[in-house]
Write a protein that binds this ligand. Structure first.
Ligand SMILES: Cc1cc2nc3c(=O)[nH]c(=O)nc-3n(C[C@H](O)[C@H](O)[C@H](O)COP(=O)(O)OP(=O)(O)OC[C@H]3O[C@@H](n4cnc5c(N)ncnc54)[C@H](O)[C@@H]3O)c2cc1C
Length: 416
C-alpha cells in the first residue's frame, strides 16, 4: 500500500482530493462529519450546480482578484476540461449556459455529488461519515494523524502520513461547514485571515424593498455606489426580499458591502430598463400615458414595470396612484422615469456569513505552497478549497477552485 492519507471533509475539494490520492495508490480515508458527503455541493446553483466556468485560466485568475495568482498551478494542473471529463466519464452529461456557466444537463446537483463520491470510492478511497475531526496530530513539525469523534463517547485517533484539510468555509453551516478548519489550522500555527461574507445578499434601509418583495427580476442592471461613485455594475437577475436584495447580480456585491466602513454611504441603484436609452424610455412613457388617457397612471405604468413595482415607483416619484395618466405633468413624468432607470436604495450591510454563498478570508496563502497545497508550517499537512483565503465571483469559479486545489493537494500528498 502507498502512503496513508486522511482527507478531513468530504465536500467538493475533499472528494476530488481523495479520488486523486487513491488513484495514485494511497491508502485514503475521508473523514466527514455529516452522515452524507458533499451536502453543500448538493444545494449549489439552486440545486442545479454551476460546477465550473467556460472562461479560460487567465480570466478565472483575474476573477479571483488580488489572491487569484495563488491558483496558477492548481488551475494549470486541473481545470474545467478535467472536471468535465471526470463527470462525463461517469455518465453525467454537461451543458453550457449564459455567461459560460456549466451545469449538469439533468439540472441535478446530486448527479455531480454521486459522480464525485463514486469517483473517490472507485479509486479505492474509504469514507467514514458521521465523524468530526477535532485535532490534527503533529510531532516535530510533521503530521502523523487526526483525532475524530463519532457516535462513541471517546474520540478515535487515526494515523496518517499526510492530512488534507478540506473543511470548507463557514457559510450555510447546516451543510457541515461550520469553520472547524480555521480552528484546526490555527491550532497548528497557521494565520487565519478573518472570515467575512462573500457572495452575500445585502440588507437595505427603509421600506421600498419591502413593498417590492417578493419580486424576481430578469434583464435588469444594478449598480453599487459608494459616495456617489459606481463601485460595481452588473446586468442580469436579482430579487427583492423583505430584508433587501439578492440574486446573481447582487451576490457579487456582498463582499464589498461587507467591507462598508462606519459612516460610508452606499446605494444600490436599479435600472428596470437597461436595454433602453433615456430617450426611448421618455418616448415610451409619453406614448403609454397618452394611450391611457383618463385611465390611471398606475394602469399605464403596468405596461412597463412588474405590477408589484408600480406603486413603489409612483410613491417614490411622488405621483398619486390613481392620477389620470393624461394629467401627469412633465416633471412627474421625469420623476417616474428616474424611478424606472435608477431606483435608489440605501444599503445597510451584508447578510451574515451563515447566509453567504462563500466565505472570504481563511488560511493565509503565504503559508501554503501554491505548487503543492502543502503547508509551509507543518509538513504533511495540505490545505484546499474554500478554507483557503480565496473567493471568486458567481459563475462556477468557486467550485472550480475547490476542485483544482483539491486535486493538487491529493496528488501532492500521494507523491511526497
Ligand atoms: C447555497 C450555495 C450555492 C452555491 N452555488 C455554487 C455554484 O453554483 N457554483 C460554485 O462554483 N459555487 C457555489 N457555491 C460555493 C461552493 O459550494 C463552495 O465554494 C464549495 O463547496 C467549497 O468546497 P469545499 O470542499 O472547500 O467545502 P465544502 O463543500 O463546504 O465541504 C466541506 C466538508 O467538510 C466537512 N467538515 C467540516 N468540518 C469537519 C470536521 N471537523 N470533520 C469532518 N468533516 C468536516 C463538511 O461537513 C463538508 O462536507 C455555493 C454555495 C452555497 C452555500
Amino acid at each position: 500500500m502507498g502512503r496513508r492519507i486522511i482527507v478531513i471533509g468530504g465536500g467538493a475539494s475533499g472528494l476530488i482530493a481523495a479520488a486523486r490520492a487513491a488513484e495514485l495508490g494511497s491508502d485514503t480515508l475521508i473523514i466527514e462529519r455529516m452522515e452524507r458527503p458533499a451536502r453543500k455541493l448538493a444545494i449549489t446553483g439552486k440545486g442545479r450546480c454551476n460546477f465550473t466556468t467556460g472562461h479560460d485560466v487567465a480570466h478565472a485568475i483575474e476573477a479571483f482578484g488580488a489572491n487569484g495568482r495563488f491558483l496558477h498551478s492548481a488551475f494549470g494542473r486541473f481545470y474545467s476540461e478535467d472536471i468535465i471529463a471526470i463527470l462525463e466519464s461517469r455518465g453525467v452529461r454537461v451543458k453550457e449556459e449564459r455567461g459560460k456557466r456549466y451545469f449538469p444537463e439533468s439540472d441535478k446537483a446530486l448527479d455531480v455529488v454521486d459522480a464525485l463520491a463514486g469517483a473517490a470510492k472507485d479509486s479505492g478511497a474509504r469514507l467514514l461519515s458521521g465523524y468530526r475531526v477535532s485535532r490534527i496530530a503533529v510531532e516535530s513539525g510533521c503530521v502523523w494523524g487526526a483525532e475524530a469523534k463519532g457516535a462513541a463517547e471517546e474520540p478515535e485517533l487515526f494515523e496518517a502520513d499526510a492530512v488534507i484539510l478540506a473543511t470548507g468555509g463557514m457559510s450555510y453551516p447546516g451543510t457541515g461547514s461550520t469553520g472547524d478548519g480555521y480552528r484546526l489550522a490555527r491550532a497548528l500555527g497557521h494565520t487565519i485571515v478573518s472570515p467575512v461574507p462573500a457572495l452575500a445578499p445585502i440588507d437595505l434601509v427603509g421600506d421600498a424593498h419591502v413593498g417590492l418583495s417578493p419580486l424576481s427580476l430578469k434583464n435588469v442592471s444594478a449598480a453599487l455606489e459608494s459616495g456617489g461613485e459606481v463601485v460595481i455594475k452588473q446586468f442580469g437577475e436579482m430579487m427583492f426580499t423583505p430584508f433587501g436584495a439578492t440574486g446573481l447580480i447582487i451576490l457579487d456585491m456582498g463582499k464589498i458591502v461587507a467591507g462598508k466602513k462606519a459612516g460610508e454611504r452606499m446605494e444600490l441603484v436599479v435600472n428596470f430598463k437597461p436595454a433602453m436609452s433615456p430617450e426611448q424610455v421618455r418616448a415610451r412613457l409619453l406614448r403609454e400615458f397618452e394611450a391611457a388617457g383618463a385611465g390611471s397612471v398606475r394602469k399605464a405604468l403596468e405596461t412597463m414595470l412588474p405590477k408589484r413595482a408600480v406603486p413603489v415607483a409612483l410613491r417614490l416619484a411622488g405621483v398619486a396612484l390613481e392620477r389620470k395618466a393624461s394629467q401627469v405633468t412633465k416633471e412627474q413624468r421625469d420623476a417616474i422615469q428616474t424611478q424606472l432607470t435608477g431606483m435608489r436604495f440605501e444599503v445597510k450591510g451584508a447578510r451574515p456569513i451563515e447566509e453567504a454563498i462563500v466565505t472570504a478570508g481563511g488560511v493565509a496563502l503565504a503559508e501554503i505552497n501554491p505548487r503543492t497545497m502543502e503547508s509551509r508550517i507543518v509538513r504533511g499537512l495540505f490545505v484546499c478549497g474554500e478554507l483557503l483565503d480565496i473567493d471568486g465571483p458567481t459563475g462556477g469559479f468557486n467550485l472550480q477552485a475547490a476542485f483544482s486545489t483539491g486535486y493538487l493537494a491529493g496528488e501532492s500528498a500521494a507523491a511526497e
